[in-house]
Write a protein that binds this ligand. Sequence first.
Ligand code: FAD
Length: 484
Amino acid sequence: MPLSSRAAPALVLFRRDLRLADHPALSAAAETGAPVLPVYILDDETPGRWRMGGASRWWLYQSLRSLGADLEARGSRLVLRHGETKRVLGELIEETGARSVLFTRGYEPYQRALEGRLKPSLEARGVSLRRFGGQILVEPESIANLAGEPFRVFTPFFRALSQRGAPATPLPAPQKLAAPDSWPRSDALASLALEPTRPDWAGGIRAAWRPGETAARERLTAFIEAALPSYRTRRDEPGIDGTSRLSPHLAFGEIGPRQIWHAVQAAAEAAGDHAAADAYLREVGWREFSYHLLFHFPHLPEAPFRPEFTAFPWRDDADALEAWQRGRTGYPIVDAGMRQLWQTGWMHNRVRMIVASFLIKHLLSPWQTGADWFWDTLVDADLANNAASWQWVAGSGADAAPYFRIFNPVLQGEKFDPRGDYVRAFVPELAKLPASLIHKPWTASAAALRDAGVTLGETWPHPIVDHAAARARALTAFAAVKKK
Ligand code: FAD
């Protein structure tokens, strides 16, 4: 028996859109005048192998808490449930008498499959299903190249995206949400077991981040004021706060790309300088491109976009993989990146490219092993961005970096972390080495090592592979692919 027979609620199913502003599904529900029932279902079954990783679960916990508080400030609540989405939704509809379900569409293959299953099952119950955009700037069905096919190259994609002009103006958060006569049971947030307990590995992540919609908005404002003007020239320096760090907020939908687009353009207008805004929005464009690729090529997270890479002679070296994961390869910039990831759940984009290139090309580990590690440890783990970026580095993706371009980790470190600040922040063992040696400690004299308190092979590992030999080996492996 429904809890209320007077007013059937409109159920808003939150997913990766944990915000109130610029949330078309929530705004549409509020406009119906019906009571609004905000729901989040933790569904570990539907994603299959793409079940959320550990760092993402930590973020989700905080984000749900923040969303719940924001809803309560508007006279509403967040109802939490755990289980397979279709089944749990059916139960909630039964309990509450909801006559409509509204949600933001997803682009991951399993989200699309779920949406396909929900439609007939809800319609059979006489419940309407209303699907809205909001997670990306442009729906993938509405943009194509001259042949009517999906873009496979970023530059023309971005040109076409830019030519469409401004995305829709972001919607304000509904001021008030009508509450149902009575609320269905909600699981306690703590019962979802999203936070690590023993061991509690999230200390560094907790110190680095403040999840939630308010924090996302504040971060955008702070970035626009402090770092946007120099973004174009300094975005590649991992030792400074030169990028927005909005990625986890975007991954959980605490802020949407339309809000970012409009805020950044407004700042550009006010400053009379569009160059910085254009450089930044181009990166947001890469996110958009990745989502469109995932939509059109749903195998992207699992299989190489270029099928010839299926024949790549990967190596299976568990020790090397573990050295990479733990930041013990002996290459300081690689190890600093992997430790930044482990400690804070995030890594600077330039260093993501360096560590990914090292895993794939120096160690010949399949890109999927790296993508899996990132999936578990990144707070911004995002199926589209992660898969497209790993394939980009591997050379197997759409519009990818050529395989034969192999980063030299020493030169990359010297170029983008010239003073060694980034390495010092995450690799204290090397902190006392001068900048001229910090990216290649094995070249230091015995005296320089002694002065810095470094003993090679003891306090700091010898490089696990020699760069020149690894490079030659990678090129030979690549030649095998080219022959196919
Ligand atoms: P900013 O420089 O401030 O950029 C703003 C936003 O634009 C980002 O938040 C992000 O949403 C988007 N963006 C920026 N660069 C890229 C890019 N190259 N590709 C796609 N979108 C981009 N990003 C994720 O969000 N999730 C991932 O799981 C992820 N995995 C990656 C794996 C590898 C191997 C590499 C090389 C990159 C990966 N990226 C991923 C892309 C990029 O590194 C991050 O988006 C970026 O570092 C986030 O920091 P930021 O918010 O400060 O970025």
